[in-house]
Design a protein around this ligand. Structure first.
Ligand code: PBG
Length: 324
């Protein structure tokens, strides 16, 4: 055959493939989400999330140290409180499990690893919604903002470097930015979950935080079928002061990640969520796929789509693989 072009030429050896490779995973861009359970004396496995635990104080410190040593870029903390109420008031308590975990982590690691704290009420409300409810049982946007503002002061005071605004309330970035600035916390970074979709893939996470949610979050999280709405959300969050914008989940929304990355001039993060990870874990455990290759391919796809930062439960493991 007389072929003008033979793309296979560049695929022949490991060396050639490496030479022309465009996308590289970097451990410094990985964020490790972690759960910390109030009163736990031992780490507790999460049945629907193989390999992930609810941490105790001691196991948290050890895992944070391991993540830092492996070169992971940041850790993200979620609290699992032992008491919940209608307004999630414990979230604003300086001694909440989340605020305590921030202080423990900071004491362990200092500024060596940026610490992200989740700013949302769902772990703290007895109805499991991300905000407070009005008289009709709907999430009250503006009343929730006031609670987020209080919570932001608690988390910043405890030492969080970055607040992850995951509640999908309108105006949450602006409200929190204003409160932090007025309190002098002008350096606290805001990571906005700008385009967060109402996804079935959050299922295992709700076990991890022992969520009491009945119903769904479709009245505040985005419809999975919409594209331009994601761009609108991102634009609003940046205008309100978001330092980093996030798309969530990851793999089912690669098109959104790509569009957002093309649109904005702030770093773009993506969250490979619980259900995405558990699917791969389950398929690998059943002998259906090669676990490590599936993990690396998934994260590479998210990076290739345009995410600068990837939040993944595999962060430490992948950092170890990249260091090999
Ligand atoms: C809510 C929150 C959720 C996740 C992170 N923050 C769940 C939800 O919106 O129901 C999901 C993360 C995951 O599934 O890994 N504060």
């Amino acid at each position: 055959m007389n072929l003008n072009e033979r793309p296979r030429r560049l695929r022949r050896t490991d060396g050639l493939r490496k030479l022309v490779r465009q996308v590289h995973l970097n451990s410094g861009n990985l964020v490790l989400p972690m759960f910390v359970r109030e009163g736990a004396s031992d780490p507790t496995p999460i049945a629907s999330m193989p390999g992930v635990v609810q941490h105790s104080r001691a196991s948290l410190a050890k895992a944070v140290r391991e993540a830092a040593d492996a070169g992971v870029g940041a850790v993200m903390l979620f609290g699992v409180p032992s008491t919940k109420d209608a307004n999630g008031d414990a979230a604003c308590d300086p001694n909440s499990i989340l605020a305590s975990a921030i202080r423990w982590t900071k004491a362990e690691i200092g500024d060596a690893l940026p610490l992200i704290a989740d700013l949302c009420l769902d772990e703290f409300t007895n109805h499991g919604h991300c905000g407070v409810l009005d008289a009709h049982g709907n999430v009250d946007n503006d009343a929730t903002l006031a609670q987020y503002q209080r919570m932001s002061l608690t988390l910043a005071e405890a030492g969080a470097d970055i607040l992850g605004l995951s509640g999908m309330m309108d105006g949450q970035v602006g409200a929190v930015r204003e409160t932090l600035d007025a309190a002098g916390s002008t350096d606290t970074v805001l990571l906005a979950y700008a385009a967060k979709f109402a996804s079935a893939f959050y299922g295992p996470f709700r076990d991890a935080v022992e969520s009491s949610l009945e119903g769904d979050r479709r009245a505040y999280q985005q419809d999975p079928a919409n594209i331009t709405e994601a761009i609108r959300e991102v634009r609003l969050d940046i205008a309100e002061g978001a330092d980093i914008v996030m798309v969530k989940p990851g793999l089912p929304y690669l098109d959104i990640i790509a569009k957002v990355a093309a649109e904005v001039d702030v770093p773009v993060a993506a969250y490979v969520v619980s259900g995405e990870s558990s699917m791969i874990e389950a398929a690998a455990a059943a002998g259906m796929i090669d676990r490590e290759r599936a993990i690396l391919e998934t994260l590479t796809s998210v990076k290739r789509a345009g995410a600068d930062i990837i939040t993944t439960y595999w962060a430490t493991e992948v950092a170890h693989i990249l260091n090999r």
